[in-house]
Write a protein that binds this ligand. Structure first.
Ligand code: AP5
Length: 216
């Protein structure tokens, strides 16, 4: 069992690799992005505020996301937790350390997925996902086998995200470099950081991640 963080800019491939780890190692994916997208559709005042912030590409408050993670950490852990898109700020990183300590659990690895910025635009603007099971596709690099149908669950609910456009992506990247990238130094200093080449083919990225996991 291993608890890991997948750290990287929007489009680095965190969700894609997290889904593989769920299938291959029975790990539990905790994606704050997915949780917030669910909150957006809840029809509550909180959901409305979250939608406004997310659609512009800005970060939601630490208080909200820490609360969401805290709720989920009480559930099943299977092969360990994959923190996907969390933490994204130093206060979130400190809160995660405190939460895990309270539960008598450790953080086993922080895997930084390095991708250059030019590749991110093409990845984000070509992405679509299954609204039913969350499978991630791409117009060029990973289209569904039958157009309009999810390979994994057969659903026809294939969607594009409201924040997957060039304007919101600029803000998302800026937020990443200002608020999230300091976590690379933070986890390096703690001796927890490993780096993989997120620009490689999906299978090659998965193999590099597996190597890190096998050492934990
Ligand atoms: P979130 O949903 O976490 O989005 P993100 O971090 O911007 O990351 P993405 O989901 O866009 O990319 P990914 O790295 O998962 O890439 P993917 O695997 O899909 O967050 C959305 C928003 O929610 C934030 O902007 C913020 O507002 C809010 N939020 C979330 N967490 C928060 C927090 N902790 N604090 C505050 N606010 C928070 O891949 C992308 C595409 O590339 C896909 O089409 C895929 O098929 C393709 N691809 C993947 N890997 C490869 C490869 N190796 N080669 C070629 N193509 C590939």
């Amino acid at each position: 069992m291993a608890n890991i963080i997948l750290l990287g800019p929007p489009g680095a491939g965190k969700g894609t690799q997290a889904k593989r780890l769920v299938d291959e190692r029975a790990m539990v994916q905790l994606s704050t992005g997915d949780m917030l997208r669910e909150a957006k559709t809840s029809g509550t005042e909180m959901g409305r505020r979250v939608a406004e912030v997310m659609d512009k590409g800005q970060l939601v408050t630490d208080e909200i996301v820490i609360g969401l993670i805290e709720e989920k950490l009480t559930g099943a852990q299977g092969g360990g937790f994959i923190f996907d898109g969390f933490p994204r700020t130093l206060p979130q990183a400190d809160a995660l350390a405190a939460l895990l300590a309270r539960k008598g659990q450790a953080l086993d690895a922080v895997i930084e997925m390095q991708v250059d910025d030019d590749a991110l635009v093409a990845r984000i603007t070509g992405r679509y996902t299954c609204g039913n099971c969350g499978e991630v596709y791409h117009d060029q690099t990973r289209p569904s086998k039958v157009a309009g149908t999810c390979d994994a669950c057969g659903s026809h609910d294939l969607r594009r995200r409201a924040d997957d456009n060039e304007l919101a992506l600029k803000t998302r990247l800026m937020e990443y470099y200002k608020k999230t990238s300091p976590l690379i130094g933070y986890y390096y200093a703690k001796g927890e950081l490993s780096t993989v080449n997120g620009l490689a083919e999906m299978d090659a990225v998965a193999a590099e991640i597996a190597k890190v996991l096998d050492k934990t």
